[in-house]
Design a protein around this ligand. Structure first.
Ligand code: SAH
Ligand code: SF4
Length: 376
């Protein structure tokens, strides 16, 4: 029996052009198809009048354009966050999140179903690893969020609050660009959902290429950020790419022993070697790195630990994003309070390290960092 059809979103523009021309059609038709799907957001080949009927018929038979099914959708009470539970073609479930910040909308997407890295405070890690996502499954999450922002979208009766009233202090994860003229357009993508993006390197980089295509989704080259638990070979590979996405590294501890207790894979990729890879990335790319630090009360939020971070990151063009722990089932730690976070920031500032405290977003719908799991 034939397997499932290949998915349109797994193809780069060059691959689509090669396929269409191999069927005897002009590259011009490949270009119309590409912009029909990505620019005009067409959801069916049959709706693309500018594509020849014979080509549409062949596509219908050989390529799937089906989006993932929406199993459920939850809106945070403040209205700034929406979480989508999506079912993939084989039934695997993943989550994607729409987040509204001042002047920008950000899509937070998953790179794997589950995660193999086992960080003790992360709901995805506790699920274990199911499988890697394909490039198309990553792209499709971004398209889903983009569609949700259309005025005609389901749920438009409950419009998102304006960006003007969104939180002003926290520019949001991966926010490296100033506010944009049309704040209701999706402009930022962060690979900070379920999974470890550098464990699924090739699919993630292919998705990034598709998302950036100027005639396609046209997400700005500097508006995609990837967060890693610290997969060293992936960081080095990323540094050697022509135009890598922005990098965030989940640090959580400034000594090897403390880090290994929170992030088991630190045993495989130790802190010293991780910092060396980060220095290589910064020097090679001439860019700063974001370091994420989940703040757990009494565990990694003391003044001594803040000083240790200051010494560890000294000399690197770094920015620290502090994320007060979000509650997850099975981990008893508590988030640091505001005073502890403030104190931590003040110490970092003494080392010349800029930092932000990530606003707690979508916690009431379990859409915060580390809360994504697909059990429901
Ligand atoms: N696998 C990648 C990206 C996904 S997790 C990574 O680990 O970097 C995105 C961020 O959420 C990471 O910094 C992660 O450490 C953090 N995180 C995980 N669980 C959390 C929790 N319960 N509360 C707050 N942040 C959490
Ligand atoms: Fe995986 Fe990131 Fe969660 Fe760790 S924090 S288990 S790497 S998703």
């Amino acid at each position: 029996m034939a397997g499932p059809l290949p998915n349109f979103h797994d193809l780069t523009r060059a691959e689509l052009t090669a396929l269409v021309t191999s069927w005897g059609f002009s590259p011009v038709h490949a270009a119309s198809l590409w912009s029909g799907v990505y620019h005009d957001d067409e959801e069916r080949f049959s709706d693309m009048a500018e594509v020849p009927a014979r080509l549409r018929a062949r596509l219908e038979q050989e390529i799937s354009l089906a989006p993932p099914a929406v199993v459920s959708e939850r809106h945070s009470t403040d209205g700034f966050t929406r979480k989508y539970l999506l079912a993939l073609a084989d039934g695997q479930r993943i989550e994607a999140v729409l987040m509204r910040f001042t002047g920008r909308v950000t899509a937070c997407v998953s790179s794997q179903a589950g995660c193999a890295m086992g960080c003790v405070f992360c709901a995805t890690g506790r699920m274990g690893f199911a499988r890697h996502l394909t490039p198309g499954e990553i792209v499709a999450q971004v398209l889903h969020v983009r569609r949700a922002l259309r005025p005609s979208a389901a749920g438009a009766a409950l419009p998102l609050p304006s960006t003007a009233s969104a939180n002003k202090r926290d520019p949001g994860p991966g926010a490296v660009q100033p506010e944009t003229p049309n704040p209701d357009r999706l402009r930022n993508v962060v690979l900070m959902g379920m999974g470890e993006p550098l464990h699924n390197y090739d699919a993630v980089m292919k998705a990034v290429e598709i998302l950036r295509d100027q005639n396609g989704p046209a997400i700005g080259a500097r508006r995609i950020t990837l967060s890693t638990v610290g997969v060293i070979p992936g960081i080095v590979r990323l540094a050697d790419e022509a135009n890598p996405p922005h990098l965030a590294v989940s640090l959580h501890a400034a000594t090897q022993a403390e880090r290994a207790a929170l992030v088991p894979v630190a045993t495989r990729w130790p802190l010293d070697a991780l910092m060396e890879a980060c220095r290589y990335y910064c020097e090679k790319r001439q860019r700063r790195i974001f370091f994420e630090w989940t703040l757990i009360a009494g565990r990694n939020d003391t003044p001594e630990q803040a000083h240790a971070v200051g010494r560890l990151l000294h000399g690197l063009p770094a920015q620290v994003n502090l994320i007060p722990l979000n509650p997850i089932p099975g981990y008893a730690g508590a988030p640091s309070d505001r005073a502890a976070a403030r104190g931590f920031q003040d110490i970092l500032a003494g080392y010349g390290l800029p930092s932000t405290v990530r606003q707690r977003r979508g916690i009431d719908i379990a859409a915060g960092c580390g809360q994504l799991a697909a059990a429901r």
